[in-house]
Each structure stands twice: as structure tokens, then as C-alpha cells.
Design a protein around this ligand. Structure first.
Ligand code: ADP
Ligand code: MG
Length: 329
């Protein structure tokens, strides 16, 4: 790839976790009921995401890796809000293929008795070949940044890269309790959710019994007036929780995001209640009028900013405090 293409790729792909994020979003957009993620060496050696979603035929496979092609924008209305799908810029697969060796194997749900695959190596696109595979899509990404040594050198230790991968996959698993999500690292299963559609059960599958039993449900009815239409989810009991690091998964209008206003508001609600080596644990879903939130702070789309972040913080702190109070926290 050219220098410009490499820089563009770097905007989408910062580390293995950003590849995982894009691939998992694509699987969810493709209506998968099962998404399996496996990485080797924190994702620096290989990343494999497979799903049982809609799949692609040969033409769609070829188009999928062209730049700025997306099957997801149909009308100008789609662009101006109300986007139902997670991806809409059509550059993730192109960017990942520019900085790795990537193979996509796919078979559409309808109208094909076998599958096809295509390989991209450092931006060089190979021919589409027939491949035997089940319905759905598997994307395998090897040797990320092998052709961008400056980036490769910048990657952290495998354990750190894996921690980022883990939090991304965890976040999507929690936001999609009706999808069976599995995560493996170096061949070892980290978690597997059942996909039965229940948040508490999904928390149990991901974090184990001790954490799940310490969770308190937020009562949406107690929300004071403000920019947020609703706040729901689970927060940890300050006394029974065992979290030795911060686990905050926050979702704005169904998107997994980070927002300082949300994080600070949750921490505020726990003020003075946690032992010094304990951290809050929360899975929080907030709904807000899309006009009041900027989701395009950064092309990686993880960070959002609210028009009235003080109002947002007040509502979240109140909702979490109410939950903790109800449980005598
Ligand atoms: P975007 O998601 O923004 O459209 P991507 O580069 O991530 O762009 O993907 C390009 C296209 O490839 C998608 O629009 C979709 O049509 C197709 N695609 C990618 N991943 C999958 C998948 N797992 N299942 C089915 N189709 C997929
Ligand atoms: Mg995408």
C-alpha cells in the first residue's frame, strides 16, 4: 500500500483489538446468531472471527475488500441518522487487508451450495477461489502490521493486547445476549455465552458466578429529568463486588462506547463506598436523542461526546445511586 493508504489504515486499525471490533461488528450486522473469536499471541499472530450470518457470494466477497464499498448505506436518510447497522463507511476490511495477510471465507445463506474465499496480502488482492465451508463468514487475519514495522514495534506485550481484545469481545457479548459469543486465546476458551437473550445470564457466562451474584439491576423508573431517555443495566454491589480492576461496559443507543461523562458519573455514585483496592463493575445502557450525542469524535467510533454532559452525568449518578441504595449499599 501507499503511505497514504497506510496512514488511512492506521486510523481504523490501531491494534489487534480494533481488528476484532470491526470483524465482530460485521458479524453482528450480518445477523449472526453465533460469533466465535479466536486469537493467538494476543492477536499479534492471528485473529479469527467466524459467524453463521448472512454470508457473501463471490461478487460480494470481491466488493467487500474494495475501499469505501459498503452494502449498508442505501439512502441518504441512512447517513443522516437512524443507522441500524454498526458499520457504514466500508473501509474496515480494506484497511485490515492493507496491513496484514487476510483471508475471508464465506458462503451465503441463500442460493449457493458451496463457499468461496479470497486472500489479501499487504493490500494485494488475490483471486476468488472456491472453498468448502458452512453458511456464514470466517475472517482470518495473520501477522498484523507485518509490513508496517513502526506500528508492529509499537504493539504492547501479548497479555496487554489480549486484555484489549477481551474487553471488546466482552462488550459485544454483553450488548447482544441473544447471540452466542465465544472467545479463545492460544486455544484456551476464555468464555462462551449461551445466547439465550438474558443479560444476567450473559454476565454469569462471561464473568462467573461471584460477579453475577453481586450485580444489582438499575430501575429505569427512578431516572430524573435530563437529556437521557433511559438508563438500564447492572451495577455491582459495593460490598460484595470483587473487581480488582475497573470493568465498565457502557452503551449509548446500543453502541459500545467510552464516554468520560458516563465513567465519571458511575465512579461518583460509588464515592466513599468501595474498599481501597476494589473497583465498580457496571454494564450500562443509555438511550439518548441522537441529535444530542456526537458519535464521530474519532474514526474508531469508540468515544462519544454529549451536548449536555453535565446533565447526562447527573442522571447516571442518580440512577446508580438509587440502585445501590435499594440494595443497602
Ligand atoms: P462496513 O461494515 O462499513 O460496510 P466493512 O469493510 O467492514 O465495511 O465491510 C464491507 C462489506 O463486507 C460489508 O458492507 C458487508 O457487505 C460485507 N461483510 C463484511 N463482513 C461480513 C460478514 N461477517 N458477513 C457478511 N457480510 C460481511
Ligand atoms: Mg464493518
Amino acid at each position: 500500500p501507499t503511505t497514504v493508504e497506510r496512514i488511512a489504515a492506521g486510523e481504523v486499525v490501531e491494534r489487534p483489538a480494533s481488528v476484532v471490533k470491526e470483524l465482530v461488528e460485521n458479524s453482528l450486522d450480518a445477523e449472526a446468531g453465533r460469533v466465535s473469536v479466536g486469537v493467538e499471541s494476543g492477536g499479534t499472530e492471528s485473529i479469527r472471527v467466524s459467524d453463521d450470518g448472512l454470508g457473501m457470494d463471490e461478487d460480494a466477497l470481491r466488493r467487500a475488500i474494495e475501499q469505501h464499498t459498503t452494502s449498508k448505506i442505501r439512502t441518504i436518510d441512512d447517513l443522516e441518522g437512524g443507522l441500524a447497522t454498526l458499520g457504514f463507511r466500508g473501509e474496515a476490511l480494506h484497511a485490515i487487508g492493507a496491513v496484514s495477510r487476510m483471508t475471508i471465507t464465506s458462503r451465503p445463506r441463500e442460493g449457493a451450495s458451496s463457499g468461496a474465499e479470497i486472500t489479501v496480502e499487504g493490500g494485494d488482492v488475490g483471486a476468488v477461489r472456491p472453498a468448502g465451508c458452512p453458511v456464514g463468514t470466517t475472517v482470518e487475519v495473520e501477522d498484523l502490521f507485518y509490513n508496517v514495522p513502526a506500528r508492529r514495534k509499537y504493539l504492547a506485550q501479548d497479555a496487554t493486547e489480549f486484555a484489549h481484545v477481551n474487553s471488546v469481545v466482552t462488550a459485544y457479548a454483553l450488548a447482544n445476549p441473544d447471540v452466542a459469543v465465544t472467545l479463545e486465546h492460544d486455544g484456551r476458551e476464555i468464555f462462551a455465552t449461551a445466547g439465550r437473550g438474558n443479560l444476567t445470564e450473559t454476565v454469569l457466562d462471561v464473568y462467573g458466578r461471584e460477579v453475577a451474584e453481586a450485580m444489582i439491576e438499575i430501575d429505569g423508573g427512578a431516572l430524573p429529568d435530563g437529556p437521557l431517555e433511559s438508563v438500564s443495566g447492572l451495577v455491582s454491589h459495593p460490598e460484595t463486588n470483587r473487581a480488582s480492576r475497573e470493568y465498565l461496559s457502557t452503551y449509548v443507543n446500543g453502541r459500545f462506547v467510552t464516554a468520560d461523562a458516563v465513567r465519571d458519573a458511575v465512579l461518583d455514585a460509588y464515592e466513599g463506598q468501595l474498599a481501597s483496592d476494589r473497583y465498580p463493575f457496571a454494564v450500562l445502557f443509555v438511550e439518548v436523542n441522537p441529535a444530542l450525542v456526537d458519535v464521530n469524535v474519532h474514526p474508531r467510533k469508540m468515544d462519544v461526546r454529549f451536548a449536555d454532559s453535565e446533565g447526562v452525568s447527573e442522571q447516571i449518578t442518580a440512577a446508580v445511586e438509587d440502585a445501590l441504595r435499594r440494595e443497602g449499599g
